[in-house]
Design a protein around this ligand. Structure first.
Ligand code: GLN
Length: 539
């Protein structure tokens, strides 16, 4: 390992949604493929202490790490690209920074000093950036700054970068991601917004070392030279990031543009080892060439914003490649599914997934979808709330427990088949208080889920307050829904499956958080496999 850890800062300018997360993950992938140990961190400038309290409509999915951090969805991309777990330290918000500084102030740590944005907030930001370097696990730490340069709330972060660049010298590098818009009326790519964005960075005291330019069209040498001239960067450090057909192509596009080589040169790191991307390339070529399509319905209540189910959608991409097919997701709004229209809504689907969620909205639609999948022997995967709905559906329609429900939706249900976890009963605060992160689960041999995992000891990530009510367990098993996975310490039911169904599995945890390009999740792989065999029967 080299003597000093190298720090790369990634900022964005001109507009939001330029894909800083994917560019950061792609660069990290290339550096990893050259043998470097890399991690990526996201700093988010909003005041929520973490995104766990945010409605998915606000910010997309909340990603959960092994150590139980509720984080930004970009961490999901980092894990899917790098195949190494992230942790609490990989996502920090302004809320958490201020919370820490204020706690220190209350303890008296500042010895009577006036506590200010500079240096106290910026020091805390710098500590959070260096914390990952100090673990000794990484040679390179990439820090992505959320938001857009010029936002008031991003300012302390840019200032922290300015200070760190000064302190770290050659061990640091700043990458600025900008937009090169195309004016169709004149048929030209325009560099002015990029020039202005870099000027803003300079005003804050940060000279970007590398510019990654998002564009719908190719950026020729002449244009790169022009951008270089106006922005004080080398021409080879002006990197074209053209729109890609899939995010998994971006590392290869960045490799063609030599982003990794430029970065290594500037950091004084050895660039002689070529990146080994064989596995990645194979994955991508199957992804781009498979023609068999399998249609799976994703039933949820946030389907208008697809980012709400980011990890689920990506898990299907990974599982599709292993099965040499393309999973075509049909996004179905749970609120629109009724007993009358369920057959037409789910018509022809090779599989149905009922998604995680909170609260009553759309619950009956989810239950209708599950009943249809159960009765028509369509492969089914329920995740978290999806599992709870499968239990409720079975209780009502197979066991005859009229009005069975989760106490989350109906506290007065006569049959609380899903109930609040014991440990949750005293909790009133909403932030970071669910059953979160990785817990072990023991898988019963001779079950579908054992065939799936091929091992009896697994660990999966959780995010919930409610749970299968064990008082009903024997009745469920007698009726044909078995608990095939149990938490060995608490006895909580983590997995249920149906005996008389080709593939009906529902899990209390979130397998989607652990699927990566290198290691597609076995649950998704086997679910898609079951769906493929159904769709071949249909054809
Ligand atoms: N609302 C349910 C619970 O809290 C399910 C949560 C989820 O789907 N993530 O238990």
């Amino acid at each position: 390992m080299s003597a000093s850890v190298k720090y790369i800062f990634v900022t964005g300018g001109v507009t939001s949604s330029l894909g800083k997360g994917i560019i950061s993950a792609s660069l990290a992938k290339l550096l990893q493929a050259r043998g470097y140990s890399v991690t990526i961190q996201k700093l988010d400038p909003y005041i929520n202490v973490d995104p766990g309290t945010l409605n998915p409509y606000e910010h997309g999915e909340c990603f959960v790490t092994d150590d139980g951090a509720e984080t930004d969805l970009d961490l999901g991309h980092y894990e899917r690209f790098l195949n190494i777990p992230t942790s609490q330290a990989n996502n920090v918000t302004t809320g958490r920074i201020y919370q820490t500084v204020i706690e220190k102030e209350r303890r008296g740590d500042f010895l009577g000093k006036t506590v200010q944005v500079i240096p106290h907030i910026t020091d805390e930001i710098k500590d959070r950036i260096r914390a990952l370097g100090k673990t000794g696990k990484y040679e390179i730490v990439i820090t992505e700054i959320g938001g857009t340069v010029g936002d008031i709330e991003s300012l302390p972060y840019i200032e922290a970068i300015r200070q760190l660049k000064w302190e770290l010298g050659k061990d640091s590098l700043s990458i600025h991601l900008t937009l090169i818009p195309y004016l169709s009326t004149t048929g030209e790519l325009k560099t002015k917004p990029t020039q202005h964005s870099v000027k803003l960075m300079l005003e804050y005291g940060v000279q970007p070392d590398v510019l990654v330019c998002r564009s719908e069209h190719k950026i020729n040498k002449e244009l790169k030279n022009k951008i270089a001239l106006f922005c004080n960067v080398e021409s080879r450090a002006v990197i074209e990031a053209i729109d890609a057909s899939t995010i998994y192509e971006v590392p290869l596009l960045m490799k063609n543009e030599q982003l990794d080589r430029v970065v290594l040169d500037k950091l004084g790191l050895d660039a002689s080892r070529e990146a080994n991307l064989e596995g990645w390339q194979n994955f991508l070529s199957i992804l781009k060439t498979s023609t068999t399509e399998v249609r799976i319905g994703l039933v949820g209540k946030y389907v208008e914003l697809k980012d709400s189910y980011k990890s689920i959608a990506e898990s299907f991409v990974h599982a599709g490649v292993i099965n040499c097919c393309k999973v075509k997701l049909e996004w179905i709004h749970s609120e629109t599914i009724t007993e009358e229209n369920v057959a037409s809504k789910l018509n022809g689907l090779a599989g149905v997934l009922v998604a995680p969620g909170f609260g009553n909205r759309g619950i009956e639609g989810k239950i209708n979808a599950i009943k249809f999948a159960r009765e028509n022997k369509i492969p089914f995967l329920g995740i978290c709330l999806g599992m709870q709905c499968a239990v409720i559906e079975f209780a009502r329609n197979v066991m005859g427990l009229k009005g069975a429900h989760s106490t989350e939706m109906n506290p007065d249900t006569p049959h609380p088949v899903i109930d609040l976890l014991e440990e949750q009963k005293k909790i009133t605060n909403k932030g970071g208080t669910m059953r979160l992160g990785a817990y072990p689960c023991k898988v019963m041999e001779g079950t579908k889920i054992f065939d799936t995992y091929t091992t009896s000891e697994i660990s999966e990530r959780h995010r919930h307050r409610f749970e299968f009510n064990n008082e009903y367990l024997r009745d469920f098993e007698r009726a044909g829904m078995i608990a095939s996975g149990i938490n060995p310490n608490a006895g909580l039911v983590e997995i249920v499956e149906l005996k008389n169904h080709p593939w009906f599995v529902a899990v209390q945890f979130h397998p989607e958080y652990k699927s990566t390009v290198e290691k597609p999740h076995p649950l998704f792989v086997n679910f898609v496999k079951a769906a493929v065999s159904v769709s071949s029967l249909v054809q």
